[in-house]
Design a protein around this ligand. Structure first.
Ligand SMILES: Cc1ncc(COP(=O)(O)O)c(C=O)c1O
Length: 445
């Protein structure tokens, strides 16, 4: 695919000079900011009174608070609430001991690099490892195709910034990752969900959406162990979506944070490995296989696009956390990552199996559910007349929480759906929690 050159970016060297001068400049800027805060204090007091004083940008009208965080707040306010709401990795699996060792070593031997500004593109030794790993997965790429990001979340946001003008259309699965909707909304775009089934989007629905929405720029997909549905795309649909993207000249974002966490079955090729016209932007992350708090992710994409995103990144946060990238790099030297992922897989599989067994035992038969072959989530469909928000209120009274599925649909509705997470909840909470939820569903049905 051809990316049209932009004229409006600053050259890289200019921003690098800015970084080099930053320490002295920082002190001066800080003094001037302090002075201006003092001077402008009355104005700031007015602006914090309410939106009418703020003259906020139009795009702010599009943003919405996260439904997951809203449920999270309710759950944390209840003592001993069993939560299937969060989408977090199990903290017991973090390689904390090894992390302490590599961090001690980095701070002893390389503090001048680890605590310093680094390159906007990312830490070169880690990028080399990523290229090697992706090549091993049949993704044809080199250093020029990689940009490190602050988690894959930042990748979604930057790809959006690179492509989306107000009024453009982004197509997503129905349901899709809430964080992607949040990342796209400020760009004043139209988000359209395409109906999906157990093996991926309905291809005729996707083709209709592409035909009916000529301003479609991006198709955002989580084709492997999706958040929230746990579904995985078949090989046929993977090939078909590439063909449609080529035909309709759109870019696909393949967000793949869960792909390695497969409990059973064969690994399927990524969309990126099937890409014939460099129109798949692949997002990778160490959040779910190593440590989420490090915030280390990356983009693998066509190299001209990667150059643009590097410049966007300079403007946003200059670089991904240098110490965190070095920690990941050293951890990859120190631990056997495959063996570590093996531990994650067996822990999550055990929890998935237990949750499935409990659902079969305690849920009424009119509840449909997915059986994910990997990842961290499964998805419930209740009879249409039932509202998951009402079920949530009832189950919270019995100290069990989950996320209602409606917000995962870009165009709303589908209030009869629920996302359940099985990775975060301690194992001994799964049976009591599912038993209570089963009872609440039974009473509501
Ligand atoms: C599908 C999907 N994409 C991206 C992210 C963000 O991941 P990261 O921690 O790499 O920013 C998540 C986090 O839950 C996710 O589920």
């Amino acid at each position: 695919m051809k990316f049209i050159p932009e004229q409006s970016f600053y050259p890289l060297e200019q921003s690098v000079r800015f970084v080099a001068e930053s320490i002295t400049a920082y002190v001066a800027v800080q003094e001037s900011v302090n002075a201006s805060i003092k001077r402008d204090a009355p104005y700031f007091q007015d602006t914090i009174k309410g939106d009418e004083y703020m003259k906020l940008a139009k795009r702010i009208g599009n943003i919405k608070p996260s439904a997951i965080r809203a449920v999270g707040k309710k759950i944390t306010a209840i003592d001993n609430c069993i939560s299937f709401a969060a989408g977090l990795p199990d903290p017991a699996l973090f390689p904390s001991k090894e992390m302490k060792e590599v961090t001690d070593c980095l701070l002893t031997e390389k503090p001048h690099i680890a605590l310093q500004y680094g390159m906007t593109k990312g830490y070169a030794p880690l990028i080399a490892k990523i290229v090697n790993d992706l090549n091993g997965r049949n993704i044809d790429c080199n250093v020029a195709n990689i940009q490190m990001t602050t988690g894959s979340q930042q990748g979604i946001s930057f790809v959006g910034m690179a492509f989306l003008d107000p009024g453009d259309v982004v197509l997503t699965e129905n349901p899709t990752y809430l964080g992607a909707l949040a990342a796209f909304r400020p760009y004043e775009v139209i988000l359209k969900g395409v109906d999906s089934e157990s093996d991926g989007m309905k291809m005729d629905a996707l083709e209709d959406a592409l035909k009916n929405n000529p301003r479609t720029k991006l198709i955002y997909l989580v084709p492997t162990f999706s958040n929230p549905s746990g579904r995985t795309w078949s090989i046929d649909k993977r090939k078909a979506v590439i063909q449609l993207a080529n035909q309709y000249d759109v870019v696909i974002i393949e967000d793949n944070p869960y792909g390695d966490i497969r409990f059973e079955g064969e690994h399927l090729p990524t969309l990126k490995s099937l890409d014939t016209e460099e129109r798949v932007v692949y997002l990778g992350s160490y959040s779910k296989i190593l440590c989420a708090g490090l915030r280390v992710g990356y983009i693998c994409a066509e190299q001209n696009l990667v150059q643009k995103i590097e410049i966007i990144k300079e403007g946003a946060d200059l670089q991904t956390n240098q110490l965190a990238q070095m920690q990941v790099d050293e951890l990859l030297e120190k631990i056997d990552l495959d063996a570590h992922i093996g531990k994650v897989i067996s822990a999550y599989k055990e929890k998935r199996d237990l949750m499935m067994a409990c659902i079969e035992k305690y849920f009424p038969k009119n509840i449909k559910y997915t059986c994910p072959e990997g990842g961290m989530f499964l998805w419930l469909e209740l009879p249409e007349k039932m509202d998951a928000n009402v079920i949530l209120d009832k189950s919270l009274l019995q100290k069990v929480g989950f996320v209602p599925g409606g917000p995962f649909f870009p165009e709303g509705n589908n209030e009869n759906t629920i996302r359940l997470n099985f990775s975060t909840t301690p194992k001994n909470n799964i049976e009591p929690g599912i038993k209570i939820l089963g009872r609440v569903l039974d009473e509501a049905g």
